[in-house]
Design a protein around this ligand. Structure first.
Ligand code: GDP
Length: 299
Protein backbone atom coordinates (compact mmCIF):
# COMPACT_ATOMS: atom_id res chain seq x y z
CA UNK A 1 0.00 0.00 0.00
CA UNK A 2 2.77 2.47 0.90
CA UNK A 3 4.55 1.67 -2.36
CA UNK A 4 1.35 2.28 -4.29
CA UNK A 5 0.83 5.53 -2.43
CA UNK A 6 4.35 6.66 -3.24
CA UNK A 7 3.91 5.66 -6.87
CA UNK A 8 0.71 7.64 -7.16
CA UNK A 9 2.08 10.67 -5.34
CA UNK A 10 1.84 12.99 -8.34
CA UNK A 11 -1.80 12.18 -8.88
CA UNK A 12 -2.66 12.36 -5.21
CA UNK A 13 -0.89 15.64 -4.62
CA UNK A 14 -2.70 17.19 -7.56
CA UNK A 15 -6.09 16.05 -6.27
CA UNK A 16 -5.31 16.39 -2.56
CA UNK A 17 -3.80 19.88 -2.87
CA UNK A 18 -6.56 20.93 -5.24
CA UNK A 19 -9.29 19.82 -2.84
CA UNK A 20 -7.38 21.46 0.00
CA UNK A 21 -7.32 24.80 -1.73
CA UNK A 22 -10.97 24.65 -2.75
CA UNK A 23 -12.44 23.62 0.58
CA UNK A 24 -10.33 25.31 3.21
CA UNK A 25 -12.71 27.51 5.18
CA UNK A 26 -15.39 27.25 2.52
CA UNK A 27 -18.90 25.99 2.32
CA UNK A 28 -19.99 23.42 -0.13
CA UNK A 29 -21.87 25.75 -2.45
CA UNK A 30 -22.45 26.02 -6.20
CA UNK A 31 -19.15 27.76 -6.72
CA UNK A 32 -16.98 25.33 -4.78
CA UNK A 33 -18.78 22.37 -6.33
CA UNK A 34 -18.03 23.76 -9.76
CA UNK A 35 -14.38 24.19 -8.86
CA UNK A 36 -14.27 20.61 -7.62
CA UNK A 37 -15.83 19.35 -10.84
CA UNK A 38 -13.22 21.26 -12.83
CA UNK A 39 -10.41 19.77 -10.73
CA UNK A 40 -11.72 16.24 -11.29
CA UNK A 41 -11.97 16.85 -15.04
CA UNK A 42 -8.42 18.17 -15.27
CA UNK A 43 -7.34 15.12 -13.24
CA UNK A 44 -8.62 12.90 -16.07
CA UNK A 45 -11.63 11.35 -14.34
CA UNK A 46 -13.82 12.13 -17.33
CA UNK A 47 -16.48 14.81 -17.76
CA UNK A 48 -19.56 12.75 -16.91
CA UNK A 49 -17.97 11.04 -13.90
CA UNK A 50 -16.61 14.32 -12.55
CA UNK A 51 -20.05 15.87 -12.73
CA UNK A 52 -21.64 12.87 -11.07
CA UNK A 53 -19.12 12.77 -8.23
CA UNK A 54 -19.49 16.49 -7.57
CA UNK A 55 -23.28 16.25 -7.61
CA UNK A 56 -23.39 13.29 -5.28
CA UNK A 57 -21.19 15.15 -2.81
CA UNK A 58 -23.44 18.19 -3.09
CA UNK A 59 -26.51 16.09 -2.35
CA UNK A 60 -25.43 15.16 1.15
CA UNK A 61 -23.37 18.16 2.20
CA UNK A 62 -24.79 21.17 0.40
CA UNK A 63 -24.57 24.44 2.31
CA UNK A 64 -22.57 22.81 5.04
CA UNK A 65 -19.02 23.56 6.08
CA UNK A 66 -16.82 20.76 4.86
CA UNK A 67 -13.16 20.16 5.40
CA UNK A 68 -10.83 18.83 2.72
CA UNK A 69 -10.38 15.52 4.49
CA UNK A 70 -14.11 14.89 4.49
CA UNK A 71 -14.29 15.66 0.78
CA UNK A 72 -11.35 13.40 -0.01
CA UNK A 73 -12.80 10.55 2.00
CA UNK A 74 -16.20 10.91 0.46
CA UNK A 75 -14.78 10.97 -3.09
CA UNK A 76 -12.51 8.02 -2.36
CA UNK A 77 -15.54 6.00 -1.26
CA UNK A 78 -17.44 6.87 -4.47
CA UNK A 79 -14.43 6.11 -6.65
CA UNK A 80 -13.94 2.80 -4.90
CA UNK A 81 -17.46 1.81 -5.95
CA UNK A 82 -16.66 2.63 -9.57
CA UNK A 83 -13.39 0.69 -9.55
CA UNK A 84 -14.56 -2.32 -7.57
CA UNK A 85 -16.11 -4.22 -10.51
CA UNK A 86 -13.05 -3.83 -12.76
CA UNK A 87 -10.32 -4.64 -10.24
CA UNK A 88 -9.50 -8.21 -11.23
CA UNK A 89 -6.06 -9.78 -10.97
CA UNK A 90 -4.65 -11.75 -13.89
CA UNK A 91 -4.45 -15.27 -12.55
CA UNK A 92 -3.27 -17.98 -14.90
CA UNK A 93 -5.27 -21.18 -14.81
CA UNK A 94 -2.78 -23.96 -14.28
CA UNK A 95 -4.99 -26.47 -16.00
CA UNK A 96 -4.46 -24.65 -19.30
CA UNK A 97 -0.74 -25.40 -19.17
CA UNK A 98 0.38 -23.32 -20.86
CA UNK A 99 -1.95 -20.47 -19.99
CA UNK A 100 -1.26 -18.15 -22.92
CA UNK A 101 -1.31 -14.39 -22.36
CA UNK A 102 -0.97 -12.16 -25.41
CA UNK A 103 0.18 -8.63 -24.63
CA UNK A 104 -0.81 -5.88 -27.05
CA UNK A 105 -0.40 -2.10 -27.09
CA UNK A 106 1.36 0.70 -28.91
CA UNK A 107 5.14 0.93 -28.86
CA UNK A 108 6.46 2.45 -25.69
CA UNK A 109 3.35 1.69 -23.64
CA UNK A 110 5.31 -0.72 -21.44
CA UNK A 111 4.36 -4.12 -22.92
CA UNK A 112 7.79 -5.69 -22.74
CA UNK A 113 8.48 -4.37 -19.26
CA UNK A 114 5.08 -5.57 -18.03
CA UNK A 115 5.76 -9.05 -19.43
CA UNK A 116 9.04 -9.14 -17.49
CA UNK A 117 7.33 -7.94 -14.32
CA UNK A 118 4.52 -10.50 -14.67
CA UNK A 119 7.06 -13.28 -15.32
CA UNK A 120 8.84 -12.33 -12.12
CA UNK A 121 5.54 -12.26 -10.19
CA UNK A 122 4.30 -15.62 -11.47
CA UNK A 123 7.67 -17.22 -10.91
CA UNK A 124 7.65 -16.09 -7.31
CA UNK A 125 4.28 -17.84 -6.99
CA UNK A 126 5.92 -21.06 -8.04
CA UNK A 127 4.64 -21.13 -11.63
CA UNK A 128 6.80 -22.21 -14.52
CA UNK A 129 6.93 -19.20 -16.84
CA UNK A 130 8.06 -18.74 -20.44
CA UNK A 131 8.19 -15.55 -22.52
CA UNK A 132 8.11 -15.06 -26.29
CA UNK A 133 9.75 -12.04 -27.96
CA UNK A 134 6.94 -11.52 -30.44
CA UNK A 135 7.77 -7.87 -31.19
CA UNK A 136 10.04 -9.12 -33.95
CA UNK A 137 10.32 -5.71 -35.61
CA UNK A 138 12.41 -4.12 -32.92
CA UNK A 139 15.80 -5.46 -31.91
CA UNK A 140 15.56 -3.44 -28.70
CA UNK A 141 12.33 -5.20 -27.68
CA UNK A 142 13.90 -8.62 -28.24
CA UNK A 143 17.02 -7.69 -26.27
CA UNK A 144 14.96 -6.15 -23.48
CA UNK A 145 12.92 -9.31 -23.06
CA UNK A 146 16.09 -11.38 -23.01
CA UNK A 147 17.38 -9.21 -20.19
CA UNK A 148 14.16 -9.88 -18.28
CA UNK A 149 14.72 -13.57 -19.00
CA UNK A 150 18.15 -13.42 -17.36
CA UNK A 151 16.85 -11.35 -14.50
CA UNK A 152 13.95 -13.69 -13.73
CA UNK A 153 15.51 -16.97 -14.78
CA UNK A 154 12.59 -17.65 -17.14
CA UNK A 155 13.29 -18.90 -20.67
CA UNK A 156 12.67 -16.52 -23.58
CA UNK A 157 11.74 -17.80 -27.03
CA UNK A 158 13.26 -15.36 -29.53
CA UNK A 159 14.37 -15.11 -33.13
CA UNK A 160 16.33 -12.56 -35.10
CA UNK A 161 14.77 -9.19 -35.91
CA UNK A 162 12.36 -9.41 -38.82
CA UNK A 163 11.33 -13.01 -38.13
CA UNK A 164 7.69 -13.98 -38.62
CA UNK A 165 5.82 -13.23 -35.38
CA UNK A 166 3.18 -15.92 -35.99
CA UNK A 167 5.88 -18.53 -36.55
CA UNK A 168 7.54 -17.45 -33.33
CA UNK A 169 4.25 -17.75 -31.42
CA UNK A 170 3.81 -21.26 -32.83
CA UNK A 171 7.26 -22.32 -31.72
CA UNK A 172 6.76 -20.72 -28.32
CA UNK A 173 3.58 -22.69 -27.65
CA UNK A 174 5.17 -25.95 -28.77
CA UNK A 175 8.13 -25.31 -26.51
CA UNK A 176 5.95 -24.22 -23.59
CA UNK A 177 4.06 -27.49 -23.99
CA UNK A 178 7.10 -29.70 -24.23
CA UNK A 179 8.74 -27.99 -21.25
CA UNK A 180 5.46 -28.04 -19.34
CA UNK A 181 5.30 -24.30 -18.69
CA UNK A 182 2.29 -23.07 -16.71
CA UNK A 183 2.28 -19.61 -18.29
CA UNK A 184 3.41 -18.29 -21.66
CA UNK A 185 3.60 -14.51 -22.06
CA UNK A 186 3.74 -13.40 -25.70
CA UNK A 187 4.93 -9.92 -26.70
CA UNK A 188 3.61 -8.31 -29.91
CA UNK A 189 4.54 -5.40 -32.14
CA UNK A 190 2.61 -2.18 -31.70
CA UNK A 191 3.05 0.08 -34.66
CA UNK A 192 -0.21 1.93 -34.64
CA UNK A 193 0.55 4.26 -37.54
CA UNK A 194 -0.58 1.51 -39.85
CA UNK A 195 -3.73 0.04 -38.40
CA UNK A 196 -4.50 -2.47 -41.13
CA UNK A 197 -0.95 -3.82 -40.99
CA UNK A 198 -1.19 -4.21 -37.26
CA UNK A 199 -4.55 -5.92 -37.51
CA UNK A 200 -3.26 -8.36 -40.13
CA UNK A 201 -0.26 -9.15 -37.97
CA UNK A 202 -2.28 -9.68 -34.78
CA UNK A 203 -4.90 -11.76 -36.60
CA UNK A 204 -2.20 -13.98 -38.04
CA UNK A 205 -0.63 -14.51 -34.62
CA UNK A 206 -4.07 -15.33 -33.19
CA UNK A 207 -4.85 -17.81 -35.98
CA UNK A 208 -1.65 -19.69 -35.39
CA UNK A 209 -2.12 -19.75 -31.62
CA UNK A 210 -5.71 -21.03 -32.03
CA UNK A 211 -4.62 -23.71 -34.44
CA UNK A 212 -2.56 -25.21 -31.63
CA UNK A 213 -5.03 -24.51 -28.85
CA UNK A 214 -8.57 -23.41 -29.66
CA UNK A 215 -9.00 -21.95 -26.17
CA UNK A 216 -5.88 -19.76 -26.42
CA UNK A 217 -4.89 -17.03 -25.94
CA UNK A 218 -6.56 -17.22 -22.56
CA UNK A 219 -6.03 -13.51 -22.04
CA UNK A 220 -5.41 -10.63 -24.42
CA UNK A 221 -4.10 -7.79 -22.32
CA UNK A 222 -3.85 -4.23 -23.59
CA UNK A 223 -1.05 -2.23 -22.00
CA UNK A 224 -1.70 1.51 -21.70
CA UNK A 225 0.67 4.33 -20.80
CA UNK A 226 -1.09 6.56 -18.26
CA UNK A 227 1.06 9.57 -19.16
CA UNK A 228 -0.77 9.78 -22.49
CA UNK A 229 -3.97 10.67 -20.63
CA UNK A 230 -7.07 10.74 -22.78
CA UNK A 231 -5.10 9.16 -25.60
CA UNK A 232 -4.92 5.97 -23.52
CA UNK A 233 -8.72 5.92 -23.53
CA UNK A 234 -8.93 6.20 -27.29
CA UNK A 235 -6.37 3.41 -27.67
CA UNK A 236 -8.82 1.04 -25.99
CA UNK A 237 -11.36 1.86 -28.69
CA UNK A 238 -8.81 1.32 -31.44
CA UNK A 239 -7.51 -1.98 -30.08
CA UNK A 240 -10.99 -3.30 -29.41
CA UNK A 241 -11.57 -3.11 -33.14
CA UNK A 242 -8.45 -5.18 -33.78
CA UNK A 243 -8.66 -7.91 -31.17
CA UNK A 244 -10.90 -9.10 -28.36
CA UNK A 245 -9.26 -7.34 -25.42
CA UNK A 246 -9.88 -9.22 -22.16
CA UNK A 247 -8.21 -6.82 -19.75
CA UNK A 248 -5.85 -3.93 -19.17
CA UNK A 249 -2.61 -3.03 -17.46
CA UNK A 250 -1.96 0.69 -16.99
CA UNK A 251 1.69 1.72 -16.69
CA UNK A 252 3.78 4.75 -15.73
CA UNK A 253 1.41 6.00 -13.06
CA UNK A 254 4.51 7.08 -11.16
CA UNK A 255 5.48 9.50 -13.89
CA UNK A 256 2.29 11.49 -14.14
CA UNK A 257 -0.60 13.05 -12.29
CA UNK A 258 -3.00 11.08 -14.45
CA UNK A 259 -4.14 8.36 -12.07
CA UNK A 260 -7.70 9.61 -12.55
CA UNK A 261 -7.67 8.00 -15.99
CA UNK A 262 -8.36 4.65 -14.30
CA UNK A 263 -11.73 6.00 -13.17
CA UNK A 264 -12.56 7.23 -16.66
CA UNK A 265 -11.68 3.95 -18.34
CA UNK A 266 -13.49 1.88 -15.74
CA UNK A 267 -16.64 3.92 -16.40
CA UNK A 268 -16.33 3.96 -20.15
CA UNK A 269 -15.26 0.40 -20.93
CA UNK A 270 -15.72 -1.69 -17.80
CA UNK A 271 -12.78 -3.88 -18.83
CA UNK A 272 -10.89 -5.65 -16.05
CA UNK A 273 -7.82 -3.76 -14.84
CA UNK A 274 -5.32 -6.43 -13.86
CA UNK A 275 -2.44 -4.41 -12.50
CA UNK A 276 -0.76 -1.02 -12.62
CA UNK A 277 2.85 0.00 -13.21
CA UNK A 278 4.41 2.49 -10.81
CA UNK A 279 8.06 2.18 -11.86
CA UNK A 280 10.50 0.20 -13.94
CA UNK A 281 11.50 -2.65 -11.63
CA UNK A 282 9.77 -5.98 -11.14
CA UNK A 283 8.16 -5.07 -7.84
CA UNK A 284 6.69 -1.90 -9.37
CA UNK A 285 3.86 -3.84 -10.94
CA UNK A 286 1.18 -3.48 -8.30
CA UNK A 287 -2.11 -5.33 -7.98
CA UNK A 288 -5.03 -3.05 -8.78
CA UNK A 289 -7.38 -2.98 -5.83
CA UNK A 290 -10.29 -0.56 -5.69
CA UNK A 291 -9.89 0.44 -2.06
CA UNK A 292 -6.13 0.99 -2.04
CA UNK A 293 -6.14 2.76 -5.38
CA UNK A 294 -8.99 5.13 -4.57
CA UNK A 295 -7.46 5.98 -1.21
CA UNK A 296 -4.01 6.52 -2.72
CA UNK A 297 -5.47 8.67 -5.46
CA UNK A 298 -7.20 10.94 -2.98
CA UNK A 299 -4.05 11.37 -0.89
P1 GDP B 1 6.87 -1.48 -25.22
O1 GDP B 1 7.39 -0.78 -26.43
O2 GDP B 1 5.38 -1.37 -25.12
O3 GDP B 1 7.33 -2.87 -25.08
O4 GDP B 1 7.39 -0.64 -23.97
P2 GDP B 1 8.61 -0.94 -22.99
O5 GDP B 1 8.29 -2.06 -22.10
O6 GDP B 1 9.85 -1.01 -23.79
O7 GDP B 1 8.60 0.37 -22.10
C1 GDP B 1 8.93 1.64 -22.59
C2 GDP B 1 9.66 2.43 -21.49
O8 GDP B 1 8.78 2.67 -20.41
C3 GDP B 1 10.84 1.69 -20.90
O9 GDP B 1 11.89 2.61 -20.70
C4 GDP B 1 10.32 1.15 -19.57
O10 GDP B 1 11.34 0.99 -18.62
C5 GDP B 1 9.35 2.24 -19.19
N1 GDP B 1 8.27 1.77 -18.30
C6 GDP B 1 7.44 0.71 -18.47
N2 GDP B 1 6.54 0.63 -17.45
C7 GDP B 1 6.81 1.69 -16.62
C8 GDP B 1 6.22 2.16 -15.39
O11 GDP B 1 5.25 1.63 -14.84
N3 GDP B 1 6.79 3.29 -14.85
C9 GDP B 1 7.85 3.93 -15.43
N4 GDP B 1 8.31 5.03 -14.83
N5 GDP B 1 8.41 3.50 -16.57
C10 GDP B 1 7.91 2.40 -17.16
Amino acid sequence: FSRLKAGLSRSSSKLGDGIGSIFTKRKLDDESIEELEELLITSDLGVATSARLATSLAKTRFDKDVDPLEVRESLAAEIEKILEPVALPLEPDRSNAPHVILMVGVNGSGKTTTIGKLASHYKSQGLKVMMAAGDTFRAAAIEQLQIWGERTGCPVVAKATGADAAGLAYEAIERARSEKADVLLIDTAGRLHNKSDLMAELQKVLRVIRKLDATAPHDIVLVLDATTGQNALSQIGTFKELVDISGLVVTKLDGSARGGILVALAEKYGLPVHAIGVGESAEDLRPFTARDFSRSLMG
